[in-house]
Design a protein around this ligand. Structure first.
Ligand code: ZN
Length: 501
């Protein structure tokens, strides 16, 4: 095989992988949005066939031979080609270490577990879910040992969602957050509460939809390439490449801010994905590099920009136009205070910006203990409730609003949670660097996201998966990761809001 032939084959392989991925993503997007209820089995049939084809294509002998040939000649490849070969081979080698029968059994288990979890959550029934969860953690421990026998199994799980991340870094990171956030929260709770009645009441879903469609172009989304629909749980997905992105939201008529921030959050994910350089489309480098960097973008738009005083100045007249009965006669300061009320609560996805990381910390501590065997899955609800009491000071009334609230573990995503908190902290450092050259508050007040998005595109989005998360972060900020930048941001913001000196 000549290098030219190998390159052509690599391009053709990636186009095929993208096409299968496109079909599968579109089917699951359809399932979550507009598909009629009785069509799941029909979809599962086709997705099963396509999924198997995709597996055979990505791990088959012809693919392995091609990639190994290219790997042997990597000196002749450019930077992008080298990274593509590295990423594709890394995944194949991982798959090869897991016995096929165990992999298939695990895939089946997570589909079943997800189904069981839905019912168990509704009924607050941990006992029925427990054996599934036990097996999911057992498999994750076993697979981690197959893939990286020299590593601590939980390190391997963390590394799957944030390349290079391990327990030692997480321990130090969360210790810093705890040291700053817990005392700050105590001070905040000792102050008079902020009034959030402005965002509560009745907000017609159709008018909330009008707001969503105003916000999308406002934050810089190209609505020729980014679509919006509604689902139970908001998410973002790419279809085929970064040229077709879909975001979803959920309208609650008693509080419009829930959907508003979902649209901005998912919009941040979509800005990141669609910001990949166009020549990365249909390659392994297209789209976001890691969950931590992804969340750094979504939570940057949602919280750092979306919940800022400067953005409230721009947002208020828009809200007054869409919801005049409720918003007329109020000030942007009132809006700013209403959307930044701090309240320790049970549900992670509804948490305010200050307490959010404490929810993640609970999950991190528990995953770590289960993976190293110091906590039994059977004792998980009790341990969960104890940590909610310790970190957030609240009593968990039932498992539905406790240990059963998230779908992640049921889907096999062990090691995923820390990326949410790390993303928050990355975002604060991106902001500090951005402010050296961009008048962020002026832009927000004018509703001009152009200069902000240009900075993100230049330093983050356009690279897709070309760099490791660590290299991407350090090149963009010119410094190493320092979570105290984030805790300082929180201390300044909430110190002012709650009048703490
Ligand atoms: Zn997100």
């Amino acid at each position: 095989m000549t290098m030219q032939e190998a390159r052509q084959k690599l391009t053709a392989l990636q186009h095929k992988l993208a096409a299968y991925g496109h079909a599968l993503a579109l089917m699951s997007y359809d399932g979550a949005t507009t598909a009629p209820k009785g069509t799941a089995a029909n979809r599962a049939q086709s997705m099963g066939v396509l999924g198997e084809e995709l597996y055979l294509l990505s791990t088959g002998e012809a693919t392995v031979q091609l990639l190994e040939f290219l790997d042997e000649h990597k000196a002749e490849l450019d930077e992008k080609e080298q990274r593509i070969v590295y990423l594709l081979l890394r995944d194949i080698r991982r798959m090869q270490k897991i016995p096929m029968d165990e992999y298939i059994a695990y895939e089946k288990l997570t589909v079943e577990a997800d189904d069981v979890w839905h019912t168990c959550k509704l009924n607050s029934d941990f006992a029925t879910f427990e054996p599934y969860l036990q097996q999911i953690f057992d498999y994750n421990r076993k697979f981690a040992r197959y893939c990286a026998p020299e590593k601590d199994p939980y390190d391997e799980c963390l590394n799957r969602y944030e390349e290079g991340l391990d327990c030692k870094q997480c321990d130090a990171f969360f210790a810093t957050l705890r040291e700053h956030i817990v005392p700050l929260l105590h001070k905040v709770m000792a102050r008079p509460q902020l009034d959030n009645s402005l965002i509560r009441g009745h907000f017609d879903a159709a008018r909330q939809d009008v707001l969503s469609r105003r916000l999308m172009p406002l934050i810089g989304l190209d609505t020729n390439h980014v679509g919006l629909s509604t689902t139970e749980h908001p998410f973002t997905t790419s279809l085929g490449s970064h040229l077709d992105e879909r975001i979803t939201t959920h309208y609650y008529e008693e509080d419009f801010s829930d959907s508003m921030f979902s649209v901005i959050h998912e919009g941040g994910h979509a800005l990141y994905d669609t910001g990949s350089d166009d020549d990365l489309a249909y390659t392994a480098l297209d789209g976001g590099v890691s969950m931590g960097i992804h969340e750094s973008q979504s939570r940057f738009y949602e919280n750092i920009l979306g919940r800022s005083q400067a953005f409230c100045d721009h947002l208020l007249p828009i809200l007054q136009e869409i919801f005049p009965e409720k918003m007329a006669g109020h000030t942007s300061e009132e809006l700013y205070r209403a959307i930044n009320r701090v309240e320790p609560s049970l549900i992670r996805t509804q948490a305010d910006e200050l307490t959010y990381c404490l929810h993640v910390m609970v999950r991190y501590e528990l995953e770590k203990q289960i993976m190293d065997g110091t906590l039994a899955v059977h004792d998980l609800p009790q341990a969960w409730n104890a940590l909610y009491k310790e970190y957030l000071g609240i009593d968990v009334p039932d498992d539905r609003r406790g240990v059963l609230q998230d779908s992640h573990w049921a889907g096999g995503l062990v090691g995923y949670f820390p990326s949410y908190a790390i993303g928050n902290a990355y975002g604060a450092q991106f902001l500090r660097k951005m402010k050296e050259t961009v008048e962020v508050d002026d832009c927000l007040r004018r509703g001009d996201f152009g200069p902000i998005n240009d900075w993100n595109r230049t330093h983050i989005w356009r690279f897709g998966c070309l760099k490791t998360p660590k290299a991407l972060f350090e090149d963009a900020t010119g410094e190493t990761f320092d979570p105290t930048v984030y805790t300082t941001y929180l201390e300044e913001k909430y110190g002012k809001l709650y009048g703490i000196c």
